[in-house]
Design a protein around this ligand. Structure first.
Ligand code: MIG
Length: 814
């Protein structure tokens, strides 16, 4: 109260009419009328009766709008954005009696004066967004209300368990241990207050960089409006003018960062359960995979590997010699990731606790004493990741696990979760002496700061290895450090639908490296559900089975020989597609695009795709339509305009309409293993090249000197293949090879033009070219002018031949 009185006094002295801004009666007070203008680098500060707005154009990002309802603008640090990305860029300024107009590179921002309201238009003058009620506050709460044009659709806000088009949804940003989330209202584990709007085929994006608890209302209660309301913090938003969805994501991720290339093994299949104990169990599971020829790269250890749930320890009974156990597994190509929670057990005999206590780097009560919560180990204190010294220390603690030979860190319970009432109390304090704030300010970024501590620690302490982290909670920017899984789902069909919604929602929100617990965390899937879950997850960037302690086992071989074959085939397909997937990770790093991409990413002009929640592309040109319903042997698939081929049987479909296609459940009579791949509808665009490789039991099992280029005739496209060592950072010094392949098809020939950049000694020396979509054997094939001898497979109607990987031009005459 005292602080607020001071604020009001300060406000009154700088803004004479500000007394009117008192909100004791609970009303929201909006900016009111324009009063004056001040120029700042890249923009202006416009002052109004009840506050001010600072608007700047930022190079390569878009526009930042900051509102103040007090004497000065907030100086709070942003943990979500990259400081280097905030570079003001010149604007042209024009003032008229009614408005101030700022013209920038990709948008025109107009500040109307009475009342002060902002609109953003593209440079052609077409309006993108317009404040309706605009910016206001009620005490510390801030709100921002925009008009919602009738034709607008909204995507983003991360992993929400709802359909991708947010229109009509109300979504709360407050990281919550929200297990079993089907049909429940939000909040959910992570908060990504960023959306992409598409209206009339044009896209723009909005990001609210406010960590307090907040709510988006996409025209539900707010009817013809779209609003954001937060419990506190500065009303600070960024507008990304687009007009492509891809440009918006490039701009947003220039601001908040992109996922660096993970170690390639992290793209392989991963098997987890709560309860792989003791050490011999890891050996048994590894044997289970290897003896059945089911590829797998990573096993997970959940909380019971620890000594009494003490972080960074090993149970002496269950894992007497972890270094040796992990080394033995590694010889079979099996890596191990350990869970790491955040609550540090209160136990004076436990050195991690003693160190944290002695450093003072824990979350405190208002008087500075440690806040003690209750998590798996019992009474716990919580590291204060807002402190640099705690982040550094955390990295060193993680290194105890890395030294033992683990391959990644799995960060759970970091909402933060607390068995006393769900989370920490609002009055707890963080960041003392650095960036002080209460739990209200730090709650949503606690996991982001933990991930930052883990990532930076790993880079510092093991600089040759790419970090591999998995988190449950997070905030915008988490993608710079970690992958994410969607938390505790259930073994039911609805949760399969939600898994697709959530993973695609994350991807279109700048968080590409995501997946869901295959088969459901709780409950017991039958073979059909498990296989369908696995089919969809084959095309999620992060692919991991996991289930709770009391749930029955669900290794890929748990459901009988027929399902085992089907599951093996899907996992083998995952490994066959690793070059496509790895290339998609590279592309994300280049421009922020998702890896599993909702169709609106590429086909924003086609309104038929806005409501499609269960179709996406896996990298470029490969459309996936997983079956997410029980008992189905067919499903409808909408194909956007263009020509598409069904994979792997190559029937041709004209896009721009829907088809009902076969998607058979596992067929007990199948003889040919590859038949199982028919179960999931996959379509490839004509002209596309999909890079593939031979199956390995784990990434890097052997050096692959040959990669496959599968090309589908009948269109012109550009495709890419990215190769590097799959580990380490030499790629940042040029040790990579990017092959770009342009196709053109005319009456006489299909032509492939290959260009390469970078130089990587380990790159494939041979491309095995497989041409699909031919009606007869090619008349001739030439490679850089020299004749080649294709093998013609009349049954599958494909022609195949090898070329040197340095070839420049391939001509297929038909
Ligand atoms: O209170 O570590 O979402 O994946 O198996 C439950 C035990 C804690 C929640 C995670 C889940 C994990 C479980 N954890």
């Amino acid at each position: 109260m005292f602080a607020r009185t001071l604020l009001a006094l300060a406000l009154a002295s700088s803004l004479p009419a500000a007394a009117a801004a008192q909100t004791d009666d609970g009303r929201f007070v909006f900016l009111g009328n324009y009063r004056s203008l001040e120029r700042v680098k890249g923009g202006v500060i416009a002052r109004a009766d009840n506050g001010a707005v600072r608007i700047e154009q930022l190079a390569g990002v878009g526009w930042r709008l900051r509102y103040s309802f007090g004497a000065a603008f907030d100086t709070a640090t942003s943990w979500a954005t990259l400081p280097d990305s905030i570079v003001p860029a010149d604007v042209q300024l024009r003032e008229t009696p009614d408005a101030v107009v700022l013209r920038g590179a990709a948008a025109v921002v107009t500040i109307r004066k009475r009342p002060l309201r902002v609109t953003v238009a593209d440079t052609a003058g077409d309006e993108l967004l317009a404040e309706s009620w605009g910016a206001g506050h009620q005490g510390a709460r801030v709100t921002h209300v925009l008009a919602r044009p009738a034709g607008a659709h909204y995507f983003g806000i991360g992993e929400e368990p709802f359909p991708l088009d947010r229109t009509g949804q109300i979504l709360t940003m407050w990281n919550t241990d929200a297990g079993y989330h089907a049909g429940q209202p939000t909040p959910i584990y992570s908060s990504i207050p960023f959306y992409v709007a598409v209206n009339g085929g044009r896209a723009y994006g909005v990001f609210y960089d406010d960590t307090y608890r907040s709510e988006f209302d996409f025209g539900a209660r707010l009817r013809g409006n779209v609003g954001f309301t937060a419990d506190g913090g500065e009303l600070r938003l960024y507008v990304f003018p687009g007009p492509e969805v891809g440009t918006v994501l490039a701009e947003y991720t220039r601001l908040t960062g992109r996922t660096p290339l993970p170690p390639e093994f992290a793209l392989g299949f991963q098997q987890s359960r709560w309860g792989y104990i003791p050490d011999s169990e890891l050996v048994r599971i590894t044997d289970g995979f290897r003896s059945r020829g089911i590829p797998c790269d990573v096993l997970y250890l959940d909380i019971d590997y620890m000594d009494g749930y003490r972080l960074f320890t090993w149970s002496p009974q269950r894992f007497p010699d972890p270094r040796r156990t992990l080394a033995d597994l590694r010889r079979q190509g099996m890596k191990v990731v350990t869970i790491v929670d955040v609550g540090v057990k209160v136990d004076s005999a436990y050195d991690v606790y003693r160190q944290l206590l002695a450093s003072g780097g824990f979350v405190t009560w208002p008087d500075g004493s440690p806040y003690v919560g209750d998590v798996w180990p019992g009474k716990t204190i919580f590291p204060d990741f807002a402190l640099q010294r705690t982040r550094t220390w955390w990295g060193e603690m993680n290194n105890r696990l890395l030294d033992a030979g683990i391959a990644g860190l799995w960060n759970d319970m970091n909402e933060p979760a607390n068995f006393y009432g769900g989370t920490l109390p609002d009055v707890t304090l963080f960041g003392k002496g650095e960036h002080e704030g209460s739990h209200l300010q730090y709650h949503n970024i606690y996991a982001l700061l933990e991930a930052r501590a883990s990532y930076e620690g790993w880079r510092r302490l093991q600089p040759e290895r790419r970090p591999f982290l998995v988190t449950r909670a997070g905030f915008s920017g988490l993608q710079r450090y970690t992958s994410i899984w969607t938390g505790d789902n259930s073994a039911d069909w609805e949760h399969l639908t939600l898994a697709v919604d959530m993973v695609l929602g994350l991807g279109i929100s700048g968080v590409p490296f995501a997946g869901a617990d295959i088969g459901g965390f709780a409950g017991a899937p039958d073979g059909e559900l498990f296989s369908r879950f696995l089919e969809a997850s084959t095309f999620f960037p992060f692919e991991r089975t996991h289930n709770e302690f009391s749930a029955p086992a669900r290794e890929p071989w748990t459901f009988g020989p027929v399902y085992t074959n089907a599951n093996r085939e899907m996992i083998r397909l995952r490994y066959r597609l690793l070059p496509q997937l790895y290339t998609a990770f590279y592309q994300h790093g280049r421009d922020g695009r998702p890896i599993a991409r909702p169709l609106v990413y590429e086909f924003q002009g086609d309104s038929a795709v806005y409501g499609l929640n269960d179709e996406f592309t896996f990298g470029d040109h490969l459309l996936v339509a997983p079956v997410v319903r029980q008992g189905q042997d067919t499903r409808p698939v909408y194909l956007p305009a263009g020509r598409w081929y069904r994979y792997p049987f190559d029937s041709l479909y004209e896009g721009g309409r829907s088809y009902t296609v076969s998607a058979p459940r596992v067929d007990p009579w199948a003889r040919d293993d590859s038949v199982f791949v028919r179960g999931i509808p996959l379509f490839v665009q004509a002209g596309a090249v999909i890079p593939m490789q031979a199956v390995e039991q784990y990434v890097g099992e052997r050096h692959l000197d040959t990669l496959e280029l599968h090309v589908w005739d009948g269109g012109s496209r550009t495709s890419e293949l990215y190769e590097d060592a799959g580990e380490g950072f030499a790629y940042q010094q040029g040790a990579f090879r990017l092959t770009q392949i342009g196709t053109t098809a005319d009456g006489g020939a299909l032509r492939l033009a290959l260009t390469q950049t970078g130089s990587y000694g380990g790159a494939a020396s041979v491309f095995h070219v497989v041409v699909h979509g031919l009606s007869a054997a090619p008349r001739a094939v030439t490679v850089d002018g020299h004749p080649a001898q294709p093998a013609w497979d009349a049954g599958h109607r494909v022609a195949a031949f090898d070329v040197p990987a340095t070839s420049r031009e391939i001509r297929i005459e038909r």
